[in-house]
Design a protein around this ligand. Structure first.
Ligand code: C5P
Length: 412
C-alpha cells in the first residue's frame, strides 16, 4: 500500500450510475491518508446523495456555484486551487464536452476551468456515447492539454449493453491517483520500516516491564517517510497514538513480537529503529497472576531481549541499504552514541538527550545529533515532526539515485 498522506483531492462527481463506485474510491483514498473534498453536479446528485459523500469524505460537499454561503466560505477559485489533484469520476460525456469547450456554467466546470492543478478523468457512459466522434474528439483535446485519464473499461453496462464505457474500478482509479503522486516523490518505490513506542514484557497476565516512550518520534518518522512516497511499515509497541495515515501499522507488545514483525516486513530499503525496546524480559512469565503469598516478594529472573537494531544491521541478503538507530542518553550523548554506532552495526545513530528536565520523553521537542561514519551533525532543538521531516529528507538524499541494476540482470 503506497501512501497518499497529506494529499488533497478535489473529487468531482458528475451524472452517471457509476457514481456509486466513487463512494468506494473516497474510502480507499482516505484509508491511504489522502483528504477528499467533493463537488457534486446536479446530474451526480441524481445518483448519490451529498450526505453519503459528506460522511465518507468527512467534509462539506459543494454543489452550487451561486450559493452565497458556499462562495463566502470557499469560493470556486479557492476550491479549485486548494487541492493537489482534481479527479472527475464519473466523468460523463457532458462534462467532458464542457471541459473541452472551456464552459463554466456550474460549480464543477467553473472549478475545472479555474484550477491550476492537474486533472484526472474517469469517463463513464454508454458505449455508443463513448465511441461517438464528438466524445472521442473531446477526449483527444483534453489529452492534448495534458489531462490524465483512467478507463473506461469494456464490459456490461447498467443500460444492458456491452462495450467500452464502463467506469474504471475504484482500485484502478486509486492506482492512477497513486501513480500520479508517486511519480515525483523522492522515496517512490522504496519500502521503509520504522519501529516505535515502548515494548511491554509480561511478568504475568496483568504485570509487565515497560518504559515511558510515547512513540511520538517514531510515528512522526513513519508519517514523514510515507509523505515522501515510501511504502511504509510501522511496527509499534503499545502507545496512545492512532495509526499514522497511509502507513501500514502492526501493533505488537513485546520485543520478540516486534522483531518477528520487522523480519516479516523485510526486505526494505531503509529501517529506522525508534522504539524504546526493553533490554530484558522475564525469563519465565507466569501464566496466572502471581499471588502475594507471605511477606517475601518473588524474585524476578530476567533474560536479554533480542536487539532488533543489531539484527536488522547484520549483514546478509535482507540488510536494508540504510539502517538508522536512536541513542537515548543522559550523559556524554555524542560519545556514547558513537560507541553504539559501532556496536550495533547500523549506518546512522540519532542521539538525543533524555536526561531529567530535557522533556524529550513524552514531549513534543527533540534535540538530535546525527552520527555516521563521517562525523556528527548537531541539529537545533525542534519539534519531533520537524525532526521526522529533516530525517526523511536526509534518508531520501541517501537513497538517491535508484540502486544500480546488478550486471547479471542486465540484458545485452
Ligand atoms: O542499546 P540501546 O537501547 O541504547 O539502543 C538504542 C537503539 O537500539 C534504538 O534505535 C532502539 O530502537 C534499538 N534497540 C533495538 N532493540 C533492542 C534495544 C534497542 O532495536 N533490544
Amino acid at each position: 500500500m503506497s501512501s497518499l498522506a497529506g494529499k488533497r483531492i478535489l473529487l468531482i462527481i458528475s451524472g452517471g450510475i457509476a457514481a456509486y463506485k466513487t463512494l468506494e474510491t473516497i474510502r480507499r483514498v482516505r484509508e491511504r491518508g489522502g483528504a477528499v473534498r467533493c463537488i457534486l453536479t446536479k446530474g451526480g446528485a441524481q445518483f448519490v446523495t451529498p450526505l453519503s459523500l459528506a460522511a465518507l469524505s468527512e467534509d462539506k460537499v459543494y454543489g452550487d456555484l451561486f450559493s452565497l454561503t458556499d462562495e463566502s466560505e470557499m469560493g470556486h477559485i479557492r476550491l479549485s486551487r486548494e487541492a493537489d489533484l482534481a479527479v472527475v469520476a464519473p466523468a460523463s460525456a457532458d462534462i467532458l464536452a464542457k471541459m473541452a469547450q472551456g464552459r463554466a456554467d456550474d460549480l464543477a466546470t467553473a472549478a475545472l476551468l479555474a484550477t491550476d492543478k492537474p486533472v484526472l478523468v474517469a469517463p463513464a457512459m454508454n458505449s455508443r456515447m463513448w465511441e461517438h466522434a464528438a466524445t472521442q474528439e473531446n477526449m483527444a483535446v483534453l489529452k492534448a492539454r495534458g489531462i490524465l485519464s483512467v478507463g473506461p473499461n469494456e464490459g456490461d453496462m447498467a443500460c444492458g449493453e456491452f462495450g467500452f464505457g464502463r467506469m474504471a474500478e475504484p482500485e484502478e482509479i486509486l492506482g492512477a491517483i497513486e501513480a500520479f503522486f508517486g511519480r515525483d516523490a523522492p522515496l517512490a518505490g522504496r519500502h521503509a520500516l520504522v519501529t516505535s513506542g515502548p515494548t511491554f514484557e509480561a511478568i504475568d497476565p496483568v504485570r509487565f516491564i515497560g518504559n515511558r516512550s510515547s512513540g511520538r518520534q517514531g510515528h512522526a518518522i513513519a508519517l514523514a517517510l510515507a509523505r515522501l512516497g515510501a511504502r511504509t511499515t510501522l511496527v509499534s509497541g503499545p502507545t496512545g497514538l492512532s495509526d499514522p495515515a497511509g502507513v501500514e501499522t502492526h501493533r505488537v507488545e513485546s520485543a520478540q513480537e516486534m522483531l518477528a514483525a520487522c523480519e516479516a516486513a523485510l526486505p526494505c530499503d531503509v529501517a529506522v529503529c525508534a522504539a524504546a525496546v526493553s533490554d530484558w524480559r522475564a525469563k519465565e512469565p507466569h501464566s496466572r497472576k502471581m499471588k502475594k503469598n507471605g511477606k517475601t516478594p518473588p524474585e524476578l529472573v530476567l533474560t536479554a531481549n533480542p536487539d532488533i537494531l543489531a539484527c536488522l544491521s547484520a549483514t546478509g541478503n535482507t540488510r536494508p541499504r540504510l539502517v538508522v538507530g536512536f541513542a537515548a542518553e543522559t550523559e556524554k550523548v555524542v560519545e556514547h552514541a558513537q560507541a553504539k554506532l559501532a556496536k550495533k552495526g547500523c549506518d546512522w545513530i540519532l542521539a538525543n538527550d533524555v536526561s531529567q528536565g530535557s522533556g524529550t520523553f513524552g514531549g513534543a521537542q527533540n534535540t538530535i545529533h546525527l552520527i555516521d561514519a563521517h562525523g556528527v551533525d548537531s541539529w537545533p532543538r525542534m519539534s519531533k515532526d520537524d525532526v521526522a521531516a529533516k530525517l526523511g529528507a536526509r534518508i531520501a538524499k541517501a537513497l538517491a539515485p535508484a540502486p544500480a541494476v546488478k550486471s547479471e540482470n542486465l540484458k545485452s
